[in-house]
Design a protein around this ligand. Structure first.
Ligand SMILES: [Zn+2]
Length: 272
């Protein structure tokens, strides 16, 4: 499943290809995605519109149009959005094709069809139902040590970081890595975290996500950028997947446990 760094990378690669371009027509395969597509909405709000911006909220892509309507896409488990020459062969499982002005097409392909392609009418994005329960952006000024400690409780710090209603886009690998770099044990209840530890966690989350964005995401899935380039480099994982291997900092064997149903790796010596 694509994670936040991959989506951010996709947003950045889409901008030069889409901004200033125009959507001419839209083709649908007729098969439903996570929610059925509503062709009338596309006809009404999308066709003939110039693309003004490409943004991200959590793992949703937002393509903003000249009429203030927006296309919202989520890649689900296996979705891929690409911009290719109109003559390029259409791959199996392509479900939506946007014809663009410069003889290019933006194509949405999704073998498992858990993704989402929706149109949000002008001025409705602020009330858009799918964004209503999303937490703060981890790379925004709102994600601070104070915020991290604002909701105390017995929940583990790792589960809190992975709670998308609290902070979006910190997937399992990133939560493991960030807590290793912060020197905080993933099983610690949130109420036991002090201010200095919270500062280190916030900084580590930002660093891990920024490093991944710089590298173009992880190679743990077959994500590709908008022009179909593989372009992805191995994320240097310090603790994730290193069960029983020596800790890179102290040599102690990395421990693996299951926490809230997810694989959790940590150094019992470095992470207090
Ligand atoms: Zn260690």
């Amino acid at each position: 499943m694509p994670e936040l760094p991959e989506i951010e990378t996709l947003v950045r690669s889409l901008r030069p290809l889409l901004i200033g371009n125009r959507i001419i027509t839209v083709w649908f395969s007729g098969q439903p995605l996570r929610f059925p597509l509503v062709p009338d909405d596309f006809d009404r709000w999308v066709i003939s519109q110039e693309i003004h911006a490409v943004d991200r909220r959590g793992k949703y892509l937002i393509i903003r149009l000249q009429n203030q309507a927006a296309l919202v896409l989520h890649l689900g488990m296996s979705g891929r959005l690409s911009v290719v020459p109109a003559a390029a062969e259409i791959e199996k499982h392509t479900h939506v094709i946007f014809d663009l002005l410069n003889n290019r097409q933006m194509r949405y392909r999704d073998p498992r069809r858990f993704g989402l392609v929706e149109v949000v009418a002008p001025a409705s994005l602020a009330d858009y139902v799918r964004f209503a329960h999303l937490g703060v952006e981890p790379l925004s000024a709102a994600f601070t040590a104070e915020y991290l400690l604002s909701l105390r409780g017995r929940q583990s710090i790792k589960s809190r970081l992975m709670d998308a209603g609290f902070v979006v886009g910190v997937g399992n690998i990133y939560a493991n890595e960030a807590l290793f770099h912060a020197g905080v044990s993933p099983i610690r209840p949130v109420h036991s975290i002090d201010k200095a530890e919270a500062e280190r966690i916030v900084q580590a989350v930002c660093k891990v996500l920024r490093d991944a964005i710089r590298r173009g995401g992880t190679t743990l899935n077959d994500f590709r950028s908008a022009e179909g380039e593989p372009g992805f480099f191995q994320l240097e994982l310090s603790v994730y997947g290193r069960h029983e291997q020596p800790c890179l900092a102290c040599g102690t064997a990395i421990k693996k446990i299951t926490l809230a149903g997810r694989s959790t790796f940590y150094c019992p010596r470095c992470q207090k």
